[in-house]
Design a protein around this ligand. Structure first.
Ligand SMILES: *[C@@H]1O[C@H](CO)[C@@H](O)[C@H](O)[C@H]1NC(C)=O
Ligand SMILES: *[C@@H]1O[C@H](CO)[C@@H](O)[C@H](O)[C@H]1NC(C)=O
Ligand SMILES: *[C@@H]1O[C@H](CO)[C@@H](O)[C@H](O)[C@H]1NC(C)=O
Ligand SMILES: *[C@@H]1O[C@H](CO)[C@@H](O)[C@H](O)[C@H]1NC(C)=O
Length: 332
């Protein structure tokens, strides 16, 4: 009898924990989520500085490992990452050398090793009773993400860890695939690598038509789209490739226009659209939150609003901002 009661309690507990993760909702997802303000934590682990955001949660939450772009500072991403954490995600944000040295364009990394280190660190500390991470992370639900240089890192790290419980790769403005790049190989990402990642996990690729970082706009987005299609296959031939769901989300110039709101700290148009906020919302990071919730919280549930927002007929309608979804594959 006692065993039955315990089992019943455990099930009820499990059910209530699961229900903590809410489906996507345009209005709700713009505001601070049910997990409130996360705790900020910084630690140097084996020579690598990792910033972390740990939400107040009674059960483990998925982990997002996020890599900044070249010269990127934590400050550029803190608001949007904090918002995402408030919806039930822990975040680790590694630096290549240090928060200060990573401001230099000479500090680069593209193979994803620091993302991998940060994930390793979070997993280790998750079983360290004195750590802020202790039992906070669902190590079967890890998302790898990054912007620009960090997006290239995310593709390469996701490929390295493809058999280790990674549920999603999010590459924001990763630039042009190799061999010529920029940056040229071996610092590039290759379409064969993205295909390998897409065979192992869903991929969300974002860019903007006014991204002029690698080619004059709109050719950066055009070439990124070309690279994406070369990687995951043409939509007409989707049955011939054995990949998970993949989405190419191209924001238009109006959504990603430089509005000066963040200056002089950062320009937030075009290539830096991930840093942009409009009326309290973050157009590109709203796509990140939707995808992270879909695969981190809802196991890719096809009946969810998250799924509808990402792949549905209505396309993305985040934050009442006209996002243009040019390409999507629904395979599952
Ligand atoms: C520490 O970092 C070095 C160089 O990045 C790596 O070779 C080594 O395996 C790491 N050690 C641990 C314990 O993580
Ligand atoms: C990050 O953003 C959150 C929410 O906007 C804010 O409360 C916090 O102070 C910020 N942290 C840093 C280190 O800037
Ligand atoms: C466990 O966490 C504590 C507190 O952060 C830290 O001082 C200690 O070094 C960690 N132990 C290991 C083995 O990482
Ligand atoms: C969406 O934004 C437009 C322009 O700002 C506004 O006119 C419209 O009322 C908004 N729609 C909703 C549903 O919020």
């Amino acid at each position: 009898m006692r065993a039955v009661i315990l089992l019943f309690t455990a099930l009820a507990f499990a059910a209530s924990e699961v229900s903590k993760f809410e489906d996507c909702d345009e209005t709700r997802d713009k505001a601070v989520g049910p997990f409130g303000s996360p705790e900020f934590f910084s630690e140097v682990t084996n020579g690598t500085t990792v910033f972390s955001l740990i939400p107040e949660a009674s059960a483990p939450v998925p982990l997002i490992a996020f890599m900044h772009g070249s010269t990127g500072q934590y400050q550029f991403y803190n608001d949007s990452l904090s918002l995402i954490a408030s919806h039930g995600f822990a975040v680790v944000f590694p630096f290549v050398k240090s928060p200060e040295k990573d401001k230099s364009p000479l500090t680069t990394n593209t193979d994803g090793r620091y993302l991998i280190k940060a994930i390793q660190y979070a997993k280790e500390q998750n079983s360290n009773q004195s750590s802020i991470f202790f039992n906070k992370i669902d190590t079967t639900k890890i998302i790898i993400a990054g912007h620009s240089m960090g997006a290239t890192c995310s593709i390469n790290a996701a490929n390295t860890l493809r058999d280790e419980g990674i549920v999603l790769d999010i590459a924001m403005h990763p630039g042009i695939c190799g061999p010529f790049g920029p940056p040229p190989c071996p610092s590039c990402w290759k379409s064969a690598t993205l295909l390998s990642v897409a065979e192992a996990m869903p991929v969300v690729f974002t860019t903007a038509t006014n991204d002029g970082a690698f080619w004059p706009a709109p050719h950066t987005a055009e070439h990124e789209y070309g690279c994406f299609k070369k990687s995951v296959g043409d939509i007409e031939n989707k049955n011939e490739v054995n990949i998970k769901n993949a989405a190419f989300i191209q924001f238009n110039a109006q959504v990603c226009e430089q509005d000066g709101e963040r200056e002089p700290v950062v320009k937030d148009g075009g290539h830096n659209c991930p840093m942009k906020r409009i009326g309290g919302g973050y157009p590109e990071f709203s796509a990140v939150l939707t995808a992270a919730k879909l695969y981190g919280h809802l196991d890719g549930d096809q009946d969810s609003q998250c799924y509808e927002q990402l792949y549905g007929e209505s396309g993305i309608k985040f934050q009442n901002i006209t996002g243009v979804l040019d390409f999507r594959l629904e395979l599952e």
